[in-house]
Design a protein around this ligand. Structure first.
Ligand SMILES: [Fe+2]
Ligand SMILES: [Fe+2]
Length: 203
């Protein structure tokens, strides 16, 4: 009796923490799986919004850098192309602001170290090349293409991420910008290959 009492009491003693552990763990599992679903989505959404802030900073920064590149360029065709892309960039900034609004978020820029680095390097190229030389334009085109490739990588990923998050309309807007960046990149390649590279090789 004593033994069985002890046993039952110790048994119930063991049982109660066990059952409370079981309850806790099943409780946390239920909560976990429930929260995990929404948490995963919100973490990805948070990452998505953070990446939008990064490219928003980059685009705004480019509105200051593109005019400098344009002033430093030698040929009219490169100057025109950079001017055209400045207008496109200003539209892309509005498009990003529209996206922030659609997400119910304030448009916020977060410093993009990569874009700062690429454009700093571009300024160095301008310093290292002679005024009114074709080699200057070769350097500017190379820098501008590095910028475009960063943007292509960013907008390509962002458009895809928007799709994953079920944000179809936003994805469409990001794809519009992606197409513009690709077009700018192609135009830069074209003017380099048609004329500027050859003329620079004669300097
Ligand atoms: Fe852009
Ligand atoms: Fe661009």
């Amino acid at each position: 009796m004593e033994k069985s009492n002890k046993g039952s009491s110790s048994g119930s003693g063991k049982k109660s923490p066990k059952s409370s552990t079981a309850r806790q763990s099943s409780g946390s599992m239920d909560q976990g799986s429930g929260e995990q679903g929404s948490e995963q989505k919100s973490l990805l959404q948070e990452f998505f919004i953070d990446s939008l802030k990064d490219i928003y900073w980059a685009e705004k920064h480019l509105t200051k850098v593109l005019p400098k590149m344009q002033r430093a360029a030698t040929t009219e065709e490169l100057k025109d192309l950079l001017e055209e892309h400045l207008d496109v960039t200003i539209e892309q900034i509005s498009r990003l602001e529209q996206i922030f609004e659609m997400l119910g978020k304030k448009a916020q820029a977060k410093k993009c170290e990569a874009m700062e680095g690429i454009t700093k390097e571009g300024e160095g190229v301008i310093e290292d090349t002679e005024d009114e030389s074709m080699t200057r334009d070769v350097g500017i085109i190379m820098s501008a293409q590095k910028v475009e490739h960063y943007e292509i990588a960013s907008y390509g990923s962002l458009a895809q991420l928007a799709k994953t998050l079920g944000l179809e309309e936003i994805s469409g807007l990001l794809e519009e910008t992606l197409a513009e960046e690709k077009e700018a990149d192609e135009k830069l390649t074209m003017i380099a290959e048609e004329n500027i590279n050859f003329e620079a090789s004669e300097e």
